[in-house]
Design a protein around this ligand. Structure first.
Ligand SMILES: NC(=O)c1ccc[n+]([C@@H]2O[C@H](COP(=O)([O-])OP(=O)(O)OC[C@H]3O[C@@H](n4cnc5c(N)ncnc54)[C@H](O)[C@@H]3O)[C@@H](O)[C@H]2O)c1
Length: 411
C-alpha cells in the first residue's frame, strides 16, 4: 500500500506504541492524525505525562496533527471519523494498569471497552473498508498461563515441559481465570474488536501484547516495566519487587517491531484475526536479570527491596509464541534484540537527563543573574527542588528526579 498523502488515525498517539505508529506512518508519507488527551497523566501523575512525547512528534514530523480528544466522547469520535475517513486506524489509547483499574473501575472500563466500541462503530459508519488494528494484551488470558508447570532456575522461572518451550499461543483460554478489572475490560474490547471483524466482515486485527517497550515510554510505577526500572535506577528511587523471588519472566518487544507487525496486518488484513505479539524467548528476561542488566548499563545500583507477596494474578513466566502471526505474515521479523532495546533505553534516558540537567543549570544561572540584579526579598519562594519543567526534584545527585515514590512491578 502506498501511504503517500493517505490519512492514518492513531489513538494514544503520545504514548509508547501510538507515538511509534505516528513516526512509522509519517515516515511513509501518510498524513497522521493522533488522538490523545494525555489521560496517562491523570492515571499515573507526573511520571505518566506524555506532553514531552507529543511535543517531540510535533517537532520531528511536520505533517503530524494532534487532536486532544477523549475516546470516551462518542460524538467527537464520530464527527472526527466522518470528516477524516481514515485509510488505516491504529488504536492504542488505553488505561493500561491492573492496580489503577481497581481504583478507577469506571474510567478503566469506559476507556478500554467503551472507547474501543466508539472507535469501532465510528469506523463501521464512515470507513468500514479501512484496516483497524487494536492493541489488546496478554492479560486477556488472566492467570491461566500460571497453570503451566514451571521449573525454578537460579535467576528465573521457566517452563518445565519441552512442549511449552516456545511459550503461550492463542489457544490459551480467556475465561474461568483471574484477570483483574483491567484484564476484564480488555477482554471486552478484544471480543468486540473480533466481532467487528467476524460479524461485520471489517478488516479488524487484534494484537495481544506481552511487554511492549522502548525509549518513548513515559514509565510510571504502575506501568512500563523496563522504562520504569531504568528511571528508578537513574533517579535512585526505591523499587519494590513483589513475590516469585524476583524470578518472574516477561518477554519484551520494541515498539518499532510492534508497529511493523501491525502494518503487515494492515496491508493484508484478515478480518477478526487474533495474534499474540511479543519478543519471544530470545527477548525474555526475569526481574532479577533485568535489574542486573540495567544496573550494568547505568553504572549504578538500584535501590531494590523484596516484598514476599506476589501481585494478584501476576504472570510467573510469560513468553509469547508468535507462530501464528509469523505463519500468516512471513515477511515480518523481530529486528530489535533485548540487548539493543536496553542499550537504547538507557542511552535515550541519559540524554533526556543531560538535557534536563542543562536546562536546570541554565535556569539556575539566570536565577543567579536575577538575584544579582534584582535582590530577592527573603520571602521569595525558593526554586530549589524544582526542575526546569516545574517538576519536583527529590534527588540532588541526579537531574530532574521526579517524585520519590516507592515502586513495584507492573508490566
Ligand atoms: N506497554 C505494554 O507493555 C503493553 C502490553 C500489552 C498491551 N499493551 C496495550 O498497548 C496499547 C498501548 O500501550 P502503551 O504502552 O503505548 O500505553 P501508553 O499509556 O504509553 O499510551 C496510551 C496513550 O493513550 C492515551 N489515552 C488514555 N486514555 C485516553 C482517552 N480516554 N482518550 C484519548 N487518549 C487516551 C494516554 O494519554 C497515553 O498517551 C494499550 O492498549 C495497552 O493496553 C501495552
Amino acid at each position: 500500500m502506498d501511504y503517500g498523502g493517505k490519512r492514518v488515525i492513531v489513538t494514544g498517539s503520545a504514548g509508547l506504541v501510538g507515538s511509534e505508529a505516528v513516526a512509522f506512518y509519517s515516515e511513509l508519507g501518510a498524513r497522521v492524525l493522533g488522538i490523545d488527551n494525555n489521560m496517562r497523566r491523570s492515571f499515573f501523575g507526573a511520571d505518566g505525562d506524555t506532553t514531552w512525547n507529543r511535543e517531540r512528534l510535533e517537532r520531528e514530523h511536520a505533517g503530524y496533527e494532534h487532536c486532544d480528544v477523549d475516546i470516551r466522547d462518542r460524538t467527537a469520535i464520530d464527527t472526527l471519523f466522518r470528516a477524516e475517513r481514515p485509510t488505516v486506524i491504529v488504536h492504542c489509547a488505553a488505561q493500561p494498569s491492573h492496580d489503577l483499574a481497581a481504583k478507577r473501575p469506571f474510567d478503566d472500563f469506559d476507556v478500554n471497552a467503551v472507547g474501543t466500541l466508539n472507535l469501532l462503530e465510528a469506523c463501521r459508519q464512515h470507513c468500514p473498508e479501512s484496516p483497524f488494528v487494536f492493541t489488546s494484551t496478554n492479560k486477556v488470558y488472566g492467570d491461566a498461563p500460571n497453570e503451566i508447570p514451571l521449573v525454578e532456575q537460579p535467576t528465573r522461572w521457566d517452563y518445565a515441559r519441552p512442549e511449552d518451550f516456545h511459550g503461550i499461543d492463542e489457544s490459551c483460554r480467556i475465561d474461568n481465570c483471574l484477570h483483574s478489572l483491567f484484564g476484564a475490560s480488555k477482554v471486552a474490547a478484544d471480543v468486540l474488536a473480533q466481532e467487528y471483524g467476524r460479524y461485520f466482515g471489517m478488516p479488524v486485527g487484534v494484537f495481544r501484547g506481552g511487554c511492549l517497550t522502548g525509549s518513548h515510554h513515559s514509565g510510571a510505577e504502575l506501568h512500563g516495566f523496563l522504562a520504569y526500572l531504568v528511571r528508578a535506577t537513574f533517579e535512585g528511587r526505591k523499587y519494590r519487587i513483589f513475590g516469585h523471588k524476583g524470578k518472574q519472566v516477561r518477554d519484551n518487544i520494541h515498539s518499532r517491531d510492534v508497529v511493523a507487525a501491525m502494518d503487515a496486518f494492515a496491508r493484508a488484513p484478515r478480518p477478526g484475526a487474533v495474534y499474540n505479539l511479543g519478543g519471544g524467548r530470545d527477548n525474555s528476561i526475569s526481574m532479577l536479570e533485568a535489574i542486573r542488566a540495567i544496573e550494568q548499563r547505568c553504572g549504578r545500583k538500584l535501590d531494590a527491596e523484596y516484598v514476599d507477596e506476589a501481585r494478584i494474578g501476576d504472570h510467573i513466566c510469560y513468553i509469547t509464541d508468535m507462530s501464528k502471526f509469523r505463519a500468516d505474515y512471513p515477511s515480518w521479523s523481530l529486528r530489535h534484540s533485548l540487548d539493543s532495546v536496553l542499550d537504547e533505553m538507557v542511552e535515550v534516558m541519559s540524554r533526556r537527563y543531560a538535557a534536563e540537567g542543562d536546562a536546570q543549570s541554565a535556569a539556575s544561572r539566570s536565577a543567579a543573574t536575577a538575584t544579582a540584579s534584582v535582590r530577592l526579598s527573603p520571602e521569595t519562594p525558593s526554586s530549589a527542588g524544582t526542575n526546569a519543567s516545574g517538576k519536583r526534584s527529590s534527588n540532588s545527585n541526579g537531574p530532574a528526579a521526579i517524585g520519590g515514590a516507592e515502586s513495584s512491578i507492573e508490566t
